[in-house]
Design a protein around this ligand. Structure first.
Ligand SMILES: Nc1ncnc2c1ncn2[C@@H]1O[C@H](COP(=O)(O)OP(=O)(O)O)[C@@H](O)[C@H]1O
Ligand SMILES: [Mg+2]
Length: 255
């Protein structure tokens, strides 16, 4: 459909004989902040890696109107160029400054002089809300939250259409996690960038996602708007949302 930016249908991914995803279907729309929620080991990262063309899979994956199964290499390369990715570890090179880290993808793909590169990097740093003086700092000199933002700036440096974030706020204190989420929402609003975010954090699920899916038992248990998913009649979902951790979000939203 028009406006569908990622369409996954009946996806199956195995590691050896072990089937990890079996019949997964999701739809990410243009301008979404789409959250993939699920327990550790439920296949969230695997789903993301399949869409990134890093895992072999069966079924259909269509991105920006291109069916990845039948696409030519050149078409796939073009799709890859439209991706910005922040992997779970999101590690920066420790021997490079923040500015040099953010510049890495630019150096690899574009022949720009250093002055232009610096301009672009400085712009991306400001987009994610980092002060310009972090440019010359080394990763160890930053807080955890700032390091994640620097990794985000690096993922944005080639102007992706879609950005993939694998548990970006895990390991952050709640204030830094909220701040990171707000940055994502702001980028989505300002640039119209489509966001696919893996999380097991209900704060992010309810706080910023426009649409979401829940992975369970190798399948999608539910897909839709967070509060619509919350209201579904399913024991497992009820435990998730109305149990101890979930109830702070759902206490006032039973209706
Ligand atoms: N490269 C791999 N080889 C074998 N098994 C893997 C590999 N990657 C992940 N798995 C297994 O697949 C399942 C799903 O993993 P993953 O997609 O990383 O889950 P999640 O991101 O939801 O925690 C887990 O049981 C994991 O152990
Ligand atoms: Mg994972």
């Amino acid at each position: 459909m028009d406006g569908d930016i990622i369409v996954v249908r009946d996806l199956k991914v195995s590691y050896g004989k072990r089937v990890v995803l079996d019949g997964v279907s999701i739809t990410v729309k243009k301008g979404d902040i789409y959250t993939i929620l699920g327990r550790s080991g439920s296949g969230k990262t695997t789903l993301m890696r399949a869409i990134l063309m890093l895992e072999k899979s069966l079924g259909k994956i269509e991105v920006l109107g291109v069916d990845l199964n039948s696409a030519r290499e050149s078409e796939k390369e073009k799709i890859k160029k439209s991706y910005g990715v922040m992997f779970q570890a999101a590690s920066l090179f420790t021997s490079l400054t923040v500015g040099e880290n953010v510049a890495v993808p630019l150096k690899e793909s574009a022949k720009l002089d250093w002055e232009t590169t610096v301009d672009i990097v400085r712009f991306k740093l400001s987009l994610v809300g980092l002060e310009q003086d972090v440019f010359n700092l080394y990763p160890y000199e930053l807080s955890g939250g700032m390091r994640k933002k620097a990794a985000l700036a690096r993922a944005l440096v080639l102007d992706p259409k879609i950005i993939f974030l694998d548990e970006p706020t895990s390991g952050l204190d709640p204030v830094s996690a909220d701040d990171f989420d707000r940055t994502i929402a702001e980028l989505n609003r300002l640039l119209g960038i489509t966001v696919v975010m893996i999380t097991h954090d209900l704060d992010s699920f309810f706080g910023i996602s426009k649409r979401a899916c829940i992975l369970r038992d190798k399948k999608v248990l539910a897909e839709g708007k967070p509060y619509d998913i919350m209201k579904q009649d399913d024991e497992w979902l009820k435990k998730l949302f109305f149990g101890e951790r979930g109830s702070k979000f759902t206490r006032w939203n039973h209706g």
